[in-house]
Design a binder for this molecule. Structure first.
Ligand code: XBP
Ligand code: MG
Length: 226
């Protein structure tokens, strides 16, 4: 049994990517940009991790018209983040099946909990305050976000930082992820990966994972897999 479970957030704890997508589109409209990311476009853009990085990649793909500075992109991302918090606070994005049970079971058997994600501390707090209550953070010994490290997933940085904070070896942990980028990040850090398949990454190549599940409620029938 693993000493610690390290959770990704987006797609793993909740199906947040659809809210991120809507928040991006609201921010574009608010900024007077005619960008609209439908699900097909967004699915493709998700290969670029990080909201700021995703917008920059899209802007570059358009051939840099309209001209947008890094400051414009940062401003857009701030608006997007505010919309995302508003959407999450409506309570429309519950935890995925099995997540609450796994967190409770892990706590009961003394497994340590951590978070290693690309998104921001503000977004994690918006989601988990809504889903788990405002004291949620006290259950997690390490919470590492994309902007805490130099390189976002698929680089291993968030996982390496999490291991350092937990003072554990990679092999003592299990990472719980939903995407190929997340799988690569954890694998590069040497951490075994359990995949819970999500909406936007359903056809990613996830064969390198130790276990692939449709959702974490399957663990209730397979108690030795984590
Ligand atoms: C999630 C992401 C994030 C969100 C947007 O990846 O890539 O960028 O889409 O969040 P993972 P921000 O689940 O692998 O951590 O806009 O806050 O960057
Ligand atoms: Mg994810």
């Amino acid at each position: 049994r693993a000493a610690a479970l390290i959770f990704d957030v987006d797609g793993t704890l909740a199906e947040t990517e659809e809210l991120h997508r809507q928040a991006f589109n609201l921010a574009f409209a608010r900024h007077g940009l005619d960008w609209q990311w439908d699900r097909t476009v967004y699915k493709d853009l998700l290969r670029v991790t990080g909201g700021k990085e995703r917008m920059r990649a899209y802007h570059k793909r358009l051939g840099t018209a309209p001209p947008l500075s890094d400051m414009d992109l940062a401003g857009l991302h701030r608006i997007k983040t505010a919309y995302y918090a508003e959407l999450v606070e409506t309570g429309c994005c519950p935890l995925r099946p099995g997540v609450a049970d796994l967190l409770a079971a892990a706590r009961a058997r003394g497994q340590r909990l951590a978070i290693a994600t690309t998104t921001s501390h503000g977004n994690i707090d918006a989601l988990l305050s809504q889903a788990l209550g405002t004291t949620w953070a006290s259950d997690f010994e390490a919470i590492v976000a994309g902007d805490d490290v130099r390189h976002k997933k698929p680089a291993p940085d968030v996982y390496l930082e999490t291991l350092a904070r937990l003072k554990l070896d990679a092999a003592e942990c299990v990472a719980i992820e939903d995407s190929a980028n997340g799988l690569i990040a954890a694998s590069r850090a040497g951490i075994p990966v359990l995949i819970t398949r999500s909406m936007f990454f359903a056809d990613d190549d996830l064969a390198a994972a130790r276990v692939v599940l449709d959702d974490l409620s399957e663990l209730l029938d397979r108690p030795n897999k984590n």
